[in-house]
Design a protein around this ligand. Sequence first.
Ligand code: 13P
Length: 338
Amino acid sequence: MAADLGSVAAKLAAPGKGLLASDESTGTIGKRLEKAGLPNTEDIRRAYRELYYTTPGMGQYISGVIMFKETLYQSTAAGRRFVDVLADAGIMAGIKVDEGLAPLPGGGDGETYTKGLEGLEAACREYASAGAKFAKWRATLKVTDSLPSDLAVERNAEDLARYAKVCQECGLVPVVEPEILIDGAHSQARFGVVTERVLGATVAALWRHGVALEGCLLKPQMVIPGAEAEGGKVSAGEVARHTVAALRRVVPPAIPGIMFLSGGQTEEEATINLDAINKEARAVGRCPWALSFSFGRALQASVLKLWSSDQTRVTEAQQLALALARVNSEAALGQYSL
Ligand code: 13P
């Protein structure tokens, strides 16, 4: 492994720092902009990203931002490349390299694999020369009484490992994201069992493909009940207990950081749960990794709402963005208090 990969991964997972997932595809960000009453034009997308990337002080809490390829090549209104603005703030640029989901042939109802392996090496080399230091690939797994199928677990683990290996060969730190979806009525306990199975298969595939674990990061979901589960939501303490138990069973200490996605939790829930996870990890011990965030919606929802109501309120929106980053930084240290 290039020594660099380990040091980039360690910096991304530095104590109290996390990732901003601002890599929504043009279609996904479009849905969020349109819901907020804004048109999905390139300039609006660019201005919205600029708001985050130029927020003074962001580098105290955010070590890296994940970008969509359009954004990687964009610049501020004043003409400075985003990648350079971020580097000046001590923030590394990351790039989403997957090409979205497709139905998995032979899989169960609604199961998917992730597109993008073809041409991946050339794309990674180009992104690295444009200034990217790390990458992200998202696979999704669906839970029912009988799913995920063995095929979906194995295929997605295998593809994540192939992606991770290609990234490392091109000098990018891979963020490995096997997201188990919260849609469905499954219990928290069942979600925990599936999480162990999926993360276990993913780690085994990384190992099989010769991926250097010191130079990659894991991006799982927290272990919460399904969105339609009987009994509804559970306490942060329960989220923490199930999440930490699953991670301790399957994630090797060589992986420097576990950077959770927010996956449809509210901003407040995601922060409180992350804080509880860190407190639980400290209490039970033998949790050697950083337990931090790689949030999309939980770092952006209220900021987009404010900015979309009046795009001249940039300073206020930036203060809100910084406040959200700060509370999640505190939570990543287990030091958040309401
Ligand atoms: P959310 O935090 O909104 O789930 O997004 C994180 C992400 O990058 C999903 O791929």
